[in-house]
Design a protein around this ligand. Structure first.
Ligand code: SAH
Length: 395
């Protein structure tokens, strides 16, 4: 195969890759100086030159590339085609579901190609390239995808490590944004031409449904770090008494109004507050406000004028503030997409927060990524989403 580079794996890592770990670390490669051009095919071998796997060179966060196969096969057009067909077949139930028209059709290493995701927004497909390495395969991947699906348009976002993010239209018809998609019968306004976010995080689908169907009726709901208010819209459709969406970003006001509007909801009982969540907590405590249901879905890392928030250090303290403004037998939906800690550790944060507050709680349910965000056991950190429904117990 052209460009194939022999990569000698450090002894300490051989077992890891033999067992199927997909991310190639710099420390794992003895001859790292041979990796020059991203997109090169790598042949991983052990200290006796025995074949371990094939992958590609692409820099993404801490990784230097992804393993693509442990079989003795070539990385060619057929290889990519098989992966894409398998992934599309897995999503067949979604293609028949008229109530949900937005979902992920390809999820990186979970579907066998790290660094690549593809989402379907009602016929507008969005390809995310997470490194220059995977982007080198663009022509092949786009050609295969466009043959395999019926599409209105195909878009891409480059999410390379050097921070350059570009939205680009690739082929088909250009969308008139917002495009309205459906999720369990609820409308979402989607923009594929506005930078890194599209208007909805598809991985929270099951959580939103649960909030609508089981937790909202007659309740006062506070949605913090609300972005476009997706959780609030579901709560309102679940007959919440009222909802309050709090987000720091100015754009959140118009975007949230739009989400309510396209679902035929009024703003009289649905409040939108553009403010730092930490200030809002102070205000709510001063006014002695309490909510029945509080949704907490902060970014892994955020910087505002007064606060720096980092989920792995600060989630516990954030929860403590939330406990103060939740009704005595209320529910907190604690969510994080931070990949640097797992569910066990997240539950420890929760436990410590409640212990320090001397309050009792019970975990009602837990969620991780939905089925279309396929993950593999060999790469636990790929299952980054952790959502816990917590019921505060009477004193
Ligand atoms: N929960 C949302 C997604 C959150 S994205 C959903 O389900 O769609 C993270 C959001 O947090 C962004 O919209 C960002 O503007 C907001 N944010 C970051 N720091 C914040 C802060 N200190 N106070 C309020 N919002 C903040």
């Amino acid at each position: 195969m052209e460009n194939e580079i022999i990569v000698r794996i450090n002894k300490r890592y051989i077992k890891k890759y033999e067992e199927g770990y997909p991310l190639i670390f710099k420390e794992a490669v003895n001859n790292i100086e041979d990796l020059k051009v991203e997109g090169s095919i790598l042949k991983l071998v052990d200290d006796k030159n025995k074949y371990i796997a094939r992958g590609y060179f692409g820099r993404q966060n801490k990784g230097y590339g992804w393993v693509l196969t442990r079989k003795k096969e070539e990385i060619d057009q057929m290889f990519f085609q098989n992966k894409i067909i398998t992934a599309l077949n897995k999503r067949a139930p979604f293609y028949f579901d008229e109530e949900t028209t937005a979902y992920r059709v390809f999820n990186g290493e979970g579907d066998g190609i790290g660094g690549l995701t593809i989402d379907n927004y009602d016929g507008y497909y969005l390809i995310n390239w997470y490194s220059k390495g995977i982007y080198r395969f663009k022509d092949t991947i786009v050609e295969i995808l466009s043959r395999m699906i019926v599409y209105k348009g195909i878009y891409q976002k480059k999410r390379f490590d050097d921070g350059i993010e570009e939205d680009e239209f690739i082929m088909g018809e250009k969308g008139e944004f917002p495009v309205i998609v459906k999720e369990n019968g609820v409308n979402f306004a989607i923009y594929l031409d506005e930078g890194d976010m599209t208007g909805v995080f598809l991985d929270q689908r099951e959580v939103r449904k649960k909030i609508r169907d089981r937790y909202s009726k007659g309740k006062t709901v506070l949605n913090t770090f609300s972005y476009t208010g997706a959780f609030s819209v579901f709560a309102a459709l679940g007959e919440a008494k009222d909802t309050t969406s709090v987000d720091l970003a100015n754009r959140s006001l118009e975007k949230t109004k739009e989400q309510f509007y396209i679902n035929g909801l009024h703003l009289d009982t649905n409040h939108i507050v553009v403010e730092d969540v930490f200030n809002y907590f102070k205000y709510a405590i001063k006014k002695e406000m309490k909510f029945d249901l509080v949704i907490l879905d902060p970014p892994s890392f955020a910087k505002s004028k007064k606060n720096i928030f980092s989920a792995d250090k600060d989630y516990k303290d954030l929860l403590k503030e939330v406990i103060d403004i939740t009704e005595d037998v209320g529910v907190i939906v604690a969510s994080t997409n931070c990949a640097s800690f797992n569910m066990d550790k997240f539950k420890k944060f929760i436990d410590t927060a409640f212990n320090e507050k001397e309050r009792k709680y019970r975990i009602l349910e837990e969620y991780s990524l939905p089925v279309d965000f396929t993950t593999i056991d060999e790469f636990k950190e790929g299952n980054y989403l952790k959502v816990v429904f917590i019921k505060i117990q009477n004193q």
